[in-house]
Design a protein around this ligand. Structure first.
Ligand code: CA
Length: 509
């Protein structure tokens, strides 16, 4: 297909998307399934056995794939946590908005509460809404989160009725749970402080004597405050009664999720299950340690699979399986050594975390954002494999279409309705193109069909540089063919720059 035809096709796709939105609205109005989005953390395309892994087994995720639709071109929008989560929740490319790179421990809420979100959209449709698990989008405003008071604004101000959170990441301080606006089990006589400086002489991972006592040594960074025998990013003190153990996180997410589903069994409900697995420090519960030859990274995949199994069991037990749409995805591609000496590199063997794609977390190679993506809705999704391009940023508009909500003007501007593709409808149109972001917009990928453009920002005054790859013959993105394909490159550069300059890519804006 010529590039001009591809471009025309993209326009036709957009028109088709609008048409699909209208038809889905009619179908969706009478049928509002429960929706659970399970977002894994740092899980690569090849990390699950239904995508080819042989040295780690994921029977519960495989069950989802065998009962649903497994996508080979399912994407998250960025190759790090915060921007993908930002885009998933707001339906906006993170590069449009400042402060959306990896959030530090004391980050305030990174999402403007004026934005429509995937949760507020579903609330319009009458859904009960919850987020349980890792947040990493900041909490509070002004000078920083008030860990000893009200952590507001947060998910509750973005359309989530309920939240139970790991507020930052498991490797960033503080190691506490947040339920709605408060740290859980905080003793007011032992207030928490969080800082980028060691305010009161906390044991530090970089101290050679302290380092000898760690149960998980660090390889880079992760050498500030020590908690649970593991060095972290950032310093904190106090809040001793509120602190969790890494080994108990997955159990806690399941406990809270199960209770919330039971409370809302009459539906419809939307739950964002934000797993912390398999982000570092990889420290699964003791009952999963040593279960794979891949070390703690593989053991964390097994724990993640257990979490999926628990959620599926709860739906089965509550007889909610047939009336629940599940989307399983990841927030970015895989990484091996991400700051701790957990054996991920040494024990890798022939396991391919990103499958046959290059790169992983932090990169705009395909492995950074082409990640596990499975949809299941018994009776509505015919089991199989799809090569349609879909992305986590599209879930807001797609769920709006499913549930009969008309998105307000200016809402979720980069979220496309790919509902027919998510449901595996015959000849469903999905995305013709996808923008892939690194942590910031210093590097962007742009895939159209089999072509892949990479854009590297040129600094303050420099012009961006570009490379072009033909994924149909060069899956690993090794051969830059920009000189041999100037017209393709010119068209793609024009399109990508136009997307960057635009105020949104959703049709009908
Ligand atoms: Ca991540």
């Amino acid at each position: 297909m010529s590039y001009r035809n591809r471009f025309t096709c993209a326009v036709v796709t957009l028109i088709a998307c609008v048409g699909a939105l209208v038809s889905a609205r009619v179908a969706g109005a009478a049928d509002k399934p429960n929706i659970i989005v399970i977002m894994a953390d740092d899980l690569g395309f090849g990390d699950i056995s239904c995508n080819g892994a042989t040295r780690v087994h994921t029977p519960n995720i495989d069950r989802l794939a065998s009962e649903g639709l497994n996508f080979t071109s399912g994407y998250c929008s960025a190759s790090t946590c915060t921007p993908t989560r930002y885009s998933f929740i707001t339906g906006r490319f993170a590069f449009r908005d400042p402060g959306t790179g990896i959030a530090p421990p004391d980050a305030t809420l990174r999402i403007d509460t004026k934005h429509e979100t995937i949760a507020s959209v579903l609330k319009r449709a009458g859904y009960a809404t919850a987020v349980i698990g890792k947040w990493h989008l900041g909490l509070g405003e002004g000078k920083g989160p008030d860990w000893n008071g009200e952590l507001k604004p947060g998910p509750n101000e973005l359309g989530f009725d309920y939240c139970f959170l790991l507020p930052t990441t498991n490797d960033r301080v503080p190691q506490v749970y947040v339920e709605n606006h408060r740290v859980v089990n905080l003793d007011p006589k032992d207030p928490i402080w969080v800082s980028n400086k060691n305010e009161d002489g906390q044991p530090e991972g970089k101290d050679p004597e302290v380092r000898k006592t760690l149960k998980l040594d660090w390889s880079h960074g992760h050498n500030s405050t020590v908690h649970n025998g593991i060095g972290r990013i950032g310093f904190y003190g106090g809040g001793k009664s509120a602190r969790w153990r890494d080994e108990d996180l997955a159990d806690k997410w399941i406990e809270k999720s199960t209770a919330w589903i039971e409370q809302h069994k009459d539906g419809p409900f939307f739950m964002f299950y934000a797993a912390h697995n398999i982000h570092v420090p990889r420290m699964p519960n003791e009952r999963f340690q040593g279960k794979t030859p891949l070390g703690l990274r593989g053991d964390s995949i097994v724990e993640l699979d257990w979490e999926v199994g628990q959620l599926l069991d709860t739906l089965d037990r509550m007889k909610l399986t047939d009336n629940t749409l599940i989307v399983f995805c990841s927030d970015n591609g895989p990484v091996l050594d991400d700051g701790y000496k957990d054996g991920a590199v040494e024990k890798l063997g022939d396991h391919k975390p990103a499958g046959d794609w290059s790169g992983g977390k932090y990169t705009v190679w395909e492995g950074g954002t082409r990640t596990p993506f499975i949809t299941r809705w018994p009776g509505h999704i015919k089991p199989g494999v799809s090569d349609q391009i879909v992305c986590t940023i599209d879930l807001a508009a797609s769920f709006a279409a499913l549930t009969g909500v008309e998105l307000p003007k200016g809402a979720c501007v980069d979220s496309l309705n790919v509902l027919p593709a998510l449901l595996g409808k015959a000849d469903a149109d999905a995305r013709e193109s996808i923008v892939q972001q690194g942590n910031s917009m210093s590097k962007l990928g742009y895939r159209v069909g089999g072509w892949k453009l990479i854009r590297e920002a040129g600094g303050k005054k420099g012009k961006p540089g570009y490379k072009l790859y033909d994924l149909t013959t060069d899956q690993a993105e090794k051969s830059n063919v920009i000189d041999a394909n100037p017209k393709v490159a010119e068209r793609m550069i024009e399109q990508l720059e136009s997307i960057i300059q635009s105020k949104g890519t959703r049709p009908g804006l």
